[in-house]
Design a protein. Sequence first.
Length: 463
Amino acid sequence: MKSAVETLNPTRVRLTVEVPFEELKPSLDAAYKKINQQVTVKGFRQGKIPARVIDQRFGRGAVLEEAVNDALPKFYTEAVNEGELNVLGQPEVDITELKDGELLAFTAEVDIRPALEIPDYSGIEVEVDAVEVSDEDVDKSVEQLRERFATTSPVERAAQDGDVLTLNLEAKVDGEVLEDGVAQGVTYTVGSGELLDGIDEAVTGLEAGADATFTSELKGGSAEGKEAEVKVEVTEVKSRELPELDDDFAQLASEFDTFEELQADSRKRLEQMKKYDQATQAQEKVLDELLKLVEVPMPEKLLADEMETRKHNLVNHQLGQMGLDLAKYLEIQGKSEEEFDAETKEQAEKGIKTQFILDELVNKEKLNVSQEELTEHLMRRAQSSGMSPDQFAQAVVEGGQVPMLVGEVARGKALAVVVESATVKDSNGEVIELDDEDETAETVEVTEAAEVEAEGAEEKPEA
């Protein structure tokens, strides 16, 4: 077999391949065997039909077509390896010549990873928010914990802000009660802003047994988005009582004996959260600066495919679960379809650039992924997916996704190398030293959020 590579642009090549006919013999034998199992000819047992009979009855062309389709992936892969190409996605194959007994020739156009030059990145400087926890932050955190331990008790008075009510609801559109517009025994906290617009005003001042009617736009169901006349009946009013902020509360809500210890722990937790956020911010900003340093030619087909994938996932998975279509989503977001497409393209380009650059850094810095690192990453991914580690690992192996996870960890390590060499200061001008443990976890998460899967190397081509 002979092959040649023609560079069409920095991200696309054309392979020209010539195969002597004798190299097709294994695929021709396989084609005859396959056809033998699929057809019957009077006078011959199935599977024992001679090749010349198959040629006469079904045509030599059918056999050649079967043989070529079987052989193409092998010859294409050999040409890719011979040319030392890092291909992306499926090739576009065109058979240029097929002479029975003499020659098979074909071309294959395919996207490739562009060659990148990674410049010195040690001069990157970024600024992040300072870790500052105010007394107000601590008070808010403690108050949120206090809310979780609130108790309720029935009262015989009119409903007021903060009360917990039991409601019966009935919605009408154009005077007709909706089939899915009736609900009994709904629990609602006055002032929470949940359920329907206008409900707080309607129920405030009502006692148990009283009702009111108001107009509101429905947020879901068969008449979503339509104006409805809603009748709300209050069947029970309960007041919420918050525990006193004292040592007894600390013992009830935590492992601490005093309220002062609870406050100190809340401050410590808030500081840890802000450090976590600070680390994430540092990774994101360093990554953005790194992307500015490297010129990355963009494979057009890969970009188009990634944009389509992102749009498909949004429409069919995320919006579908919320009962929205793209038009409604864009209306809520206040965006035009052109603005949405532009944002999707920008996100897709960033993802592709991120993966290309970090993969190049993995090679440049000779970074490897240990079994321990892969296991830790798998545990994190399993937790975020809601699956057990064993279930997630099985799904990864069965789906052939182990190389993808290895790539995620390697790219995280590559970005960690860049972050380590960068200067990170907070808004007070203080140089920040990120913990190695936080840095590794954060970089993996950041690269996961930005990157895309662009590793469609050596997929089977079809003529």
